[in-house]
Design a protein around this ligand. Structure first.
Ligand SMILES: [Zn+2]
Length: 337
């Protein structure tokens, strides 16, 4: 029987896709003024979950070493090596730090840099991050409707939709660990980026913290699919409970996070078993009009996995293994094996 645990979504990230920014012309997004936010990035067309929106190489990329003062020197030396056009583009980026606080070069860096890994298969502990500043992607504001994926092998950042994004919607990404308590997230956003986050979660911190904690605590349960599949047909309660987690992910805007993949995987498997049980005419198999059904969740999960860097061939292999796992588990239950 396939060991589906070995296919945890955090492990199926594949090699770089052969894509470059030239493949997206004319541009499917615009940079424009956003009320009270300065410049931002806006979708020019409709995007669905998983659609690739931007592939961009950084203006500036280096690995900081040592204390802050040597980082500043490194920044200066990395900047000095840039071509004139890139220098000019860099200096045009937003800077929220006044010159009395730090030189513009550093202020722009602190306002616009993302941490990126040097390798696609990096273990974050062993591999301290590099930092990268982008002409377009650094203009994406906070509070995410996209997945941000750094492809070290092609030295490019990929931005994909993590939910449906209608044309005219601002594209957003997360700046800080979304599972920090709201007060810590907001304090960091204020200290580094000088803005008060006005997303629904930060405006209701107590409710948001509770929801995010519940999602984090669901992690183990969402991994354990085999146990219930063997014991009994999934109860309507299990589906309803998992749909509630899905609603929490959506309310909190956490579709870019691994918890979304886990919830989709769970819903896919529950739907598959329910479908099998319905075909076998077992009693007590619930249905829920809000559920997308097996094919619906499989499609969503596939799009999400690909946007998170999995290779198509690996995704198909995992899907087959998951289907087989469910089929075997239900078969064993039926025969009492
Ligand atoms: Zn917020």
């Amino acid at each position: 029987m396939p060991q589906v645990d070995e296919f945890d979504d955090e492990d199926i990230r594949g090699d770089a896709a052969e894509l470059d920014s030239d493949s997206h012309s004319p541009k499917v997004y615009h940079i424009q003024e956003i009320p009270s936010k300065g410049l931002g990035v806006v979708a020019a067309v409709d995007f669905a979950l998983g659609d690739l929106i931007i592939v961009e190489s950084p203006l500036l990329l280096f690995r900081p070493e040592g204390p802050k003062i040597s980082s500043d020197l490194q920044l200066q030396s990395a900047f000095d090596k840039l071509e004139d056009g890139k220098k000019e583009a860099y200096m045009k980026l937003d800077n929220v730090h006044p010159e009395s606080e730090c030189p513009p070069l550093v202020g722009i860096f602190n306002t616009n840099a993302y941490d990126v890994q040097e390798s696609d298969h990096a273990d974050s502990d062993d591999d301290p991050p590099c930092v990268a500043v982008f002409n377009d992607i650094s203009r994406i504001n906070h509070s995410p409707n996209t997945i941000r994926l750094w492809r070290a092998s092609s030295s490019a950042m990929h931005i994909s939709a993590c939910r449906a994004i209608p044309a005219g919607t601002e594209l957003t990404t997360y700046y800080r660990d979304p599972f920090l308590p709201a007060s810590e997230r907001c304090a960091a956003l204020l200290a580094i980026y000088r803005f008060h986050c006005a997303c629904p979660s930060c405006l209701s911190p107590a409710a948001s913290d509770k929801s995010r904690l519940r999602l984090q605590q669901s992690r183990g349960r969402l991994a354990d699919l085999v146990a219930w599949a063997r014991v009994a047909p999934p109860s309507p309660g299990l589906l309803a409970d998992t749909l509630e987690l899905l609603a929490l992910v959506q309310e909190e805007g956490l579709e870019s996070q691994h918890v979304y993949g886990r919830v989709l995987r769970h819903l896919m498997c529950i739907s598959y078993v329910m479908q099998m049980c319905a075909e076998g005419e077992e009693d007590d198999v619930g249905s829920n009009a809000e559920a997308e059904g097996y094919e619906g969740y499989k499609h969503m999960l596939r799009a999400w996995r690909l946007a998170n860097g999995a290779e198509e061939v690996d995704v198909r292999r995992v899907e087959l293994a998951e289907e087989e796992m469910m089929r075997v588990a239900v078969g064993r239950r039926r025969t009492g094996g």
